[in-house]
Structure formats: C-alpha cells, structure tokens
Design a protein around this ligand. Structure first.
Ligand code: SAH
Length: 245
C-alpha cells in the first residue's frame, strides 16, 4: 500500500482535490493512504508558533527546525523507508520519470513549506530532498504537494481505468503526446485526420509518432535534444523504446 504523509500548517486542505475523481476513488478503495499532520501540534509555546525571523535579517519568517523535527520524528521515525521530500522552488524539477520511480516505491513523506521557507538545518538533518514543480513561486507547498501526489497516485496499480493509458502519454517516451480526436467525425467544418479513421493500425502509429516528434521539436527543444541524445528512453526495463509501427 502506497502511503503519503503530509506535514503542513493547513491540514484541513487535505485530501482536497485528491478526494475527488481517480485519486479519490483509489483513496476510498484503499489503494493508497493519506495522512495530513498539523505541524502546529508539535509547537511548544502557547501561541503554537512554528516560525521565527530570519537569521541575518530580511523580510518574512522561516519555519523552525526544532518544531519541524518533532513533527517529522513523530510521523516518520528513523527506519521509515519512504523518501522525505520538501516542496521548494529551489528543488530539483519534478519529472515524469521521478514520479514513476516514486509511485513504484513505498510512498512519500512530504513537507510543505510556508513563509520564506524552512531552516536549512532541518532539511540536512532529517535527510529531506527538495523538489520543485516549476520555475514560479507559490505561497505554500500544499498545492505543490497536490501536484506531486496526483501525478504519483494515478500511476499506482489499479488506479487508472486502463493500465495501458500511462504508457503512451506525454513524457513517457521522452516526447509530447500526439493530438487526440473523438466524435463527431466533422465538427465546425473540421474533420478528424483520415488516417485515424482508416483502420490501418501501422499507419495510425506512424502518424502519431510523427506528430509527437513534430510537437516536441516545435514546443520543447529541451526534450527534443534529450530525445535525440538518447536520454529520452523510457526507464522501464524490457520495453522497446521506439518501435511503435
Ligand atoms: N523564499 C522562497 C520561496 C518561499 S514560497 C524562495 O525564494 O525560494 C513558500 C513555500 O511554498 C516554499 O517553502 C515551498 O514549500 C512552496 N513552494 C513555492 N513555490 C514552489 C515551487 N515552485 N515548487 C514547489 N514548492 C514551492
């Protein structure tokens, strides 16, 4: 069972969007578990403070290492096999490959920052890895944690309707996904590309492959370069990376 534990000063935000749709059904079905722990419950003063002013001066507040450590140690004592992740704009960018690796593991302990961030000694001393969901700044780590968990949970066995639907989508082959169409056959004068309704599966696969390459080249030169360099191959062993037609 995949177990997610969240450390936050806003535990009431959870499960939030993760309680609906695919992730919510999977949660209700017991395919994964979610616990959100209130960091404030581990404060010791009467104001239940979790933050203090930054050493060296400057604006805002910083989350205290002693309070956070108590929360972490209660939630995930030494020996808990789950990776410890702290959401941070300074972290390594989250990728689909990383999401897949996390989904294959035992779960995650996720620390949500607030204010200006977290005392560096807690990150070092409790072995947290910083993960970013993109080059922009959120007001807190909770929404980033939703992003991370949603991406992981949909890959858990039994969560997606069709097991196969995770294998063909954007990033899984190091390329963006090809365009998708459905009925009606003609909509506002626009037809579905004839190749997709012609019934020739090899031609469909070749068209999709070509469209994936065209879109990746045009929109994501970074992914395209990695793909050409051979770095875009899927990590799944035994999967042939480029034969699709
Ligand atoms: N002063 C920090 C930003 C703090 S934003 C800096 O400049 O790096 C407050 C919290 O929001 C962070 O501690 C982090 O947990 C979360 N957060 C903000 N942007 C994020 C992003 N792009 N990815 C992941 N978490 C983010």
């Amino acid at each position: 069972m995949w177990r997610a534990s969240i450390l936050t000063i806003f535990p009431e935000m959870f499960p939030g969007p993760l309680g609906a749709s695919l992730a919510g059904k999977a949660l209700a079905a017991g395919l994964w578990t979610l616990e959100a722990v209130d960091i404030r419950a581990h404060a010791t003063d009467k104001h239940r403070s979790v933050d203090d002013t930054p050493a060296g001066g400057g604006p805002g507040m910083v989350m205290r290492p002693d309070v956070l450590a108590r929360a972490v140690d209660a939630l995930a004592p030494a020996g808990d096999p789950r990776p410890r992740l702290v959401m941070s704009p300074r972290g390594v960018p989250l990728t689909q490959a990383r999401v897949a690796a996390l989904a294959n593991g035992p779960g995650a302990v996720v620390l949500c920052g607030r204010f200006e961030g977290i005392d560096e000694r807690l990150i070092e001393g409790r072995g947290f890895e910083e993960l970013s969901i993109g080059d922009y700044v959120l007001s807190g780590g909770e929404i980033a944690a939703f992003v991370l968990l949603d991406a992981c949970v949909r890959l858990l066995p039994g969560v997606m309707g069709k097991e196969a639907s995770g294998l063909e989508e954007s990033f899984s082959q190091g390329l963006l996904e090809y365009p998708q169409y459905t009925r009606p056959q003609v909509w506002e004068g626009r037809s579905i590309p004839a190749v997709l309704t012609g019934g020739d599966h090899a031609k469909v696969a070749a068209w999709r492959r070509a469209e994936s390459e065209r879109l990746t080249r045009a929109r994501r030169p970074d992914l395209w370069a990695a793909h050409l360099a051979g770095a875009g191959k899927p990590k799944r062993p035994g999967k042939k990376p480029r034969r699709d037609g």
